[in-house]
Design a protein around this ligand. Structure first.
Ligand SMILES: C[S@@+](CC[C@H](N)C(=O)[O-])C[C@H]1O[C@@H](n2cnc3c(N)ncnc32)[C@H](O)[C@@H]1O
Length: 135
């Protein structure tokens, strides 16, 4: 029951994240424009990308990615491929739109799913990130 309420809360939050004022705040606080829904700053996302040594040809999995932060950003920055996974459809749709806007559809995929049921073959990814998912 509480899991369903949590999902609805994120669903409404991702719909609201279209509001201009929230984008302004997100840019100012996180230096992100991916409709982020946590506390991870661009500097921290950059650090993750550096630590994971992401590069073209690598496949990154971002679990609980909401609207695609930071997975889509890391793919854009490093040239790696990415699969973003989140159970909330509003977030998946926004991530999908961003992939199109950034012309990354050949190496980025936004899919609906959960951490315990990631729709990928075991051993097929090179790196995994999750930001503010275990909160
Ligand atoms: C606080 S948001 C963070 C989203 C994004 N990573 C960010 O930093 O903007 C947490 C996300 O985790 C997702 N989530 C919750 N339970 C999950 C699960 N079991 N598997 C994958 N994602 C989950 C939620 O739908 C939500 O989008």
């Amino acid at each position: 029951m509480s899991e369903i309420l949590e999902q609805e809360r994120h669903e409404q939050g991702y719909a609201r994240s279209e509001a201009d004022v929230l984008r302004v705040i997100e840019r100012a606080v996180l230096d992100s424009d991916y409709h982020a829904n946590g506390y991870t700053t661009r500097a921290q996302a950059d650090r993750l990308g550096d630590l994971l040594e992401l590069a073209p040809g690598h496949l990154l999995l971002d679990v609980g990615s909401g609207c695609g932060w930071p997975g889509l950003y890391l793919a854009a920055r490093t040239g790696c491929s990415v699969v973003t996974v989140d159970p909330v459809m509003a977030g998946v749709r926004t991530a999908h739109r961003r992939i199109g806007d950034d012309t990354m559809s050949e190496r980025a995929w936004a899919v609906a799913g959960t951490a315990d049921q990631v729709p990928l073959r075991q051993g097929s990814v090179d790196a995994i990130v999750h930001t503010d998912v275990m909160c």
